[in-house]
Design a protein around this ligand. Structure first.
Ligand SMILES: [Zn+2]
Length: 283
């Protein structure tokens, strides 16, 4: 069931499935701990969702992220266990009663391949825009980073996903912003420079799309960060700040990559100070 927040209807859409190395997903957390909640396959990979957000309001169909896309050759499909057998962007949009041309806006949290792969597709050797009518929002600093990445996250930026956007309606944002009334982007630098995470609020109720700030519900405890994070101590402080506010204001956090839990509220153990899942939601 979609969720109403002020004038908006918020829905989470599944766009596919893939898998990443469990060790890389949990950084310094020992396997004996993470494998309880995220059992690995024979190649040590764990299941990963590709869940995006649809925000519908007056005259608007806004997507937050677009999934991993379909421009993959067999070798990489096998490496990342990419599958669209159960879910795809096209199927999920159709179920929501939408065509690609109905999308008015795309907010890209960042330009790693599993977040913006669905922005383009290939036809007869040509790269085309998936959402030709849409305004695409990206942080200017993230765009610059993606074009000159560190060696550490270079493999996560594939130019075919974002280069064609320079011919799209592309809007660079610089820092925090309220894109439309009640739809805010907040900035996090710990995973990659200027990742934008999305907060939809009507003042009473808040739904928050965590992207790679908190990729799964298993990453709620502050020290559970990814080996992929460029700036580990920064992401820990950013997470702590967001989680404190999420507990205080009872936000619903939405997870892009959790294979089982799509959204939840969080609580904090008053003695140990540790954050944990409180109540699950799906919408
Ligand atoms: Zn990422």
């Amino acid at each position: 069931m979609p969720r109403k927040v002020g004038p908006y209807t918020v829905t989470l859409l599944e766009t596919g499935e893939f898998a990443l190395d469990g060790g890389a997903m949990f950084g310094v957390v020992p396997k004996t701990l993470w494998e309880r909640t995220n059992p690995p396959d024979s190649s040590n990979r764990i299941d990963m969702a590709l869940r995006i957000m649809l925000i519908q309001g007056p005259g608007k169909n806004i997507l937050v992220d677009t999934g991993i896309g379909d421009k993959w050759d067999e070798k990489y499909k096998a490496i990342y266990r990419i599958s669209h057998a159960r879910y795809s962007l096209e199927k999920s949009l159709k179920e929501a009663g939408l065509k690609f041309t109905d999308i008015t806006d795309v907010i890209m949290t960042h330009l790693h391949f599993d977040h913006c792969g669905g922005c383009t597709y290939q036809e007869k050797g040509q790269l085309k825009l998936m959402f030709p009518q849409a305004t695409h929002f990206v942080q200017k600093e993230q765009w610059e980073w993606a074009n000159r990445p560190l060696e550490k996250d270079r493999a996560s930026f594939l130019k075919e996903n974002f280069e064609p956007l320079s011919h799209a309606k592309l809007k660079f944002l610089e820092g925090e912003s309220e894109i439309y009334p009640g739809i805010h982007v907040l900035i996090s630098h710990g995973h990659t420079r200027s990742q934008q995470v999305v907060k939809v609020t009507d003042g009473k109720q808040t739904v928050f799309y965590c992207a790679d700030l908190i990729p799964t519900s298993s990453h709620i405890p502050v020290p559970y960060i990814m080996g992929y994070d460029n700036f580990p101590t920064i992401i820990m402080e950013e997470k702590r700040k967001i989680l404190e506010q999420a507990v205080k204001e009872n936000w619903i956090l939405c997870f892009e990559h959790d294979p089982k839990v799509s959204a939840c509220t969080v609580c904090k153990d008053p003695e140990k100070g540790r954050f944990a899942l409180k109540e699950k939601f799906s919408f």
